[in-house]
Write a protein that binds this ligand. Structure first.
Ligand code: AMP
Ligand code: ZN
Length: 471
């Protein structure tokens, strides 16, 4: 089966056919940099990373754009409260965001445009909308999109046109479906904006949140592109408004496939800053969980289903990854032995990869893909128990894990122990150096130091490795 996605626009499963064969152009709404991102936000970014890696695994060359919303109602409010200029205030959260992406092994996008770097493009797009009579300047000198001018308004969120409050204007970036109205493209400066303002044909002001994504996607991906994603809370009004602005300005279809991930929940509630029920990635890392473990937790449920976050889930992730690591160790040991393959492992590997791929092609059904992996692990463990697999055929299993890990980003086939904290790795290295220098007393001492901190050293044919003590 070729690659299929559930398209929010049609509410149907559709085969993915890109505009240009072999290429996938993807826009993912990025963070509003007014705070540290919480792990609910990272569920969305992990889903997008999985999408990106799935596209690449299925042979597409991906161009991904993720914007940084560094001017909007929330960033301006935050900067004022902190008593900092806007760019200084947002800089710290941009830096933190990129560090967090690394922690979670999220592959970098090709472009990370910042809204404040694309103001001329936004102004130009608003001018076009005014020229085409899809937008008007209000008596408050702000510019609004006229939803009455765009009959397709509401297609993504499936809004009832009769319930729209035509001619009523809304200036906030975020509003509920019940308040659907003409929304702000350009917001005239007012005192609450402080120093934050740009000149425009309509006087000083700043862009609305929605126009930012329309202008930034067009800048890097053109007027029409393949895929656009975000969390379900972005569907309305943000994505609905993006479609209206882009299609009204450019006169062509904006996006072919819309994918939305369901929320990360805590005790039945959406994790969100406003509810106060959130953990930043840093909070969870400070409790002793690694980026690899948190990534595993966030990958754990199909992207269109809600995922309940709990620390029990982190414990389960740790146990699952420990089994993966033990399996890798066994494979490495077996690979160092003379060749043996009495069961024809090659055919088993081909079948496992086909199953893995079929899972991904079915709207990124990761649990089906992982079932293929874990069934393989079970079968190979049996072969290893029976002494039926060694040498090059065992290495071939590790090779398949490497391939699957281009999608998963958690197996770490060649870096056992690499997830240990830096000071633990430094101690392990020091012990290795001590042994080389034949200072066995020091080497033993370090082994005990590591044990006291919950890490064991294992000497394997590939060299020493650190492993978390069981229990
Ligand atoms: P924001 O910084 O609020 O614009 O959100 C950034 C991204 O995180 C958007 O794609 C949101 O849809 C997504 N998001 C926010 N909260 C959650 C959550 N609890 N679960 C999943 N995604 C979320
Ligand atoms: Zn957006």
């Amino acid at each position: 089966m070729p690659l299929h996605f559930h398209n929010t626009l049609s509410r149907k499963l559709e085969e993915f056919i890109p505009l240009e064969p072999g290429k996938a152009r993807l826009y993912t709404c990025g963070p509003t940099v007014y705070n540290f991102a919480h792990i609910g936000n990272f569920r969305a970014y992990i889903f997008e990373d999985l999408l990106r890696r799935t596209l690449a695994y299925c042979g597409f060359k991906v161009t991904q754009v993720m914007n940084l919303t560094d001017v909007d109602d929330k960033t301006i409010r935050g900067a004022r409260q902190a008593g900092l200029p806007l760019d200084q205030f947002t800089r710290q959260f941009k830096d933190a965001f990129f560090a967090d992406l690394k922690t979670l092994r999220i592959e970098p996008a090709e472009f990370y445009p910042a809204a404040t770097g694309c103001i001329p493009e936004m102004i130009r797009m608003i001018e076009v909308l005014i020229e085409k009579k899809h937008a008007y300047v209000g008596d408050d000198k702000s510019v609004y999109f006229s939803i009455a001018s765009f009959p397709r308004y509401g297609q993504l969120a499936r809004l009832n046109r009769d319930e729209m409050r035509v001619g009523v204007r809304i200036k906030h970036d975020e509003y509920a479906k019940e308040s659907v109205a003409d929304f702000a493209l350009w917001k005239a400066w007012d005192e609450a904006d402080g120093e934050v303002k740009w000149d425009s044909p309509w006087g000083p002001g700043r862009p609305g949140w929605h126009i930012e994504c329309s202008a930034m996607s067009m800048k890097h991906l053109g007027p029409t592109f393949d895929l656009h994603t975000g969390g379900v809370d972005n569907l309305f009004p943000h994505h609905e408004d993006e479609i209206a602005q882009s299609e009204a300005a450019n006169g062509v279809k904006f996006v072919n496939y819309w994918l939305h991930c369901a929320h990360l929940m805590v005790e039945g509630q959406k994790m969100s800053k406003s509810m106060g029920n959130f953990f930043t990635l840093r909070d969870v890392v400070a409790k002793g969980w690694t980026g690899r473990e948190i990534r595993w937790v966030l990958l754990g449920t199909h992207y269109r289903q809600q995922l309940d976050f709990s620390f029990q889930g982190c414990h389960n992730a740790r146990a699952a990854l420990q089994r993966v690591d033990d399996f890798k160790t066994r494979l490495q040991e077996a690979a160092a032995l003379p060749d043996a393959d009495t069961t024809g492992v090659a055919a088993r590997l081909t079948a496992a990869e086909a199953e893995f791929r079929a899972g991904l092609e079915d709207d990124i059904n990761l649990s089906a893909a992982l079932a293929a992996l874990f069934n393989l692990v079970r079968d190979v463990n049996r072969m290893l128990d029976a002494g039926e697999l060694a040498g090059k055929p065992a290495a071939a299993v590790a090779e398949l894990l490497r391939t699957l890990d281009t999608v998963l980003g958690v197996l770490d086939v060649d870096q056992a122990g690499a997830d240990a904290p830096a000071d633990i790795l430094a101690l392990a290295q020091e012990r290795q150096d001590a042994r080389k220098a034949k200072n066995f007393a020091r080497a033993d001492e370090i082994r005990k130091l590591l044990a006291a901190r919950g890490w064991i050293l294992e000497d394997t044919p590939q060299g020493p490795r650190v492993k978390r003590q069981a229990g």
